[in-house]
Ligand binder design. Structure first.
Ligand SMILES: [Cu+2]
Length: 161
C-alpha cells in the first residue's frame, strides 16, 4: 500500500539491499564473502575501483570473512592485509591485526593475474585498513576501510564522500 503510494507519487522506495555485488552475505552462517581485485586507477592502484578509504565495510563482531582476491593490474604486483587503523598509513604491510587476514607475499606482492583466498574471523572490534602491503601502495591510496562492530547486526557498506 505504502509502496504503491510512493510509486504513485513518483518516488522510489528506499533500497532494500544496497550491498555491492562484490559483497555476499550469508546471515545464517554469519559469513561475508568479498570478491576483491587490485585494479589500476586514474590516480593510483585501487581495490575494486575504490581507494583512500572511500568505502568502508562494516562487519559484526565474530563474523567470518572470506576473500577471493586477484591482481588485475597488468603492470604491478599487489597484496592485501588487514591492519588496525592508526594515525598514519604504513609505508608497507606488516603483520595482520586479525589472524589470517592477509594474502601471500604481503610486501613482495603477487604478480599480475595471481589470486589469493583467505578466511579469517573478525574477532576484535575496531577500525582497520584493508590495504596493499607492497611498499608505497597504501600511501598511494590502495586501501579501503574495514570496521568490526559489536553493535552491528549485519554487514553494511558505507560510501564515504
Ligand atoms: Cu598494491
Amino acid at each position: 500500500m505504502l509502496f504503491a503510494l510512493l510509486l504513485s507519487l513518483g518516488m522510489s522506495p528506499p533500497p532494500i539491499d544496497s550491498l555491492p555485488s562484490w559483497v555476499q552475505v550469508d546471515p545464517a552462517a554469519r559469513t561475508v564473502t568479498l570478491d576483491l581485485a587490485a585494479t589500476p586507477g586514474d590516480s593510483g592502484p585501487t581495490l575494486n575501483g575504490h581507494h583512500r578509504g572511500d568505502v568502508q565495510l562494516v562487519v559484526p563482531l565474530n563474523w567470518t570473512v572470506r576473500w577471493t582476491w586477484v591482481n588485475r593490474d597488468t603492470a604491478a604486483s599487489h597484496s592485501l592485509v588487514v591492519m588496525v587503523e592508526r594515525e598514519k598509513l604504513p609505508l608497507e604491510g606488516g603483520h595482520p591485526s586479525l589472524e589470517n587476514a592477509l594474502s601471500r607475499a604481503v610486501t613482495a606482492g603477487l604478480r599480475p593475474g595471481q589470486k589469493d583466498l583467505t578466511t579469517f574471523v573478525a574477532d576484535q572490534a575496531g577500525w582497520y585498513w584493508m590495504l596493499c602491503g607492497v611498499p608505497g601502495h597504501a600511501l598511494a591510496g590502495e586501501w579501503i576501510g574495514f570496521k568490526v562492530d559489536r553493535e552491528a547486526t549485519g554487514v553494511v557498506v558505507v560510501l564515504k564522500k
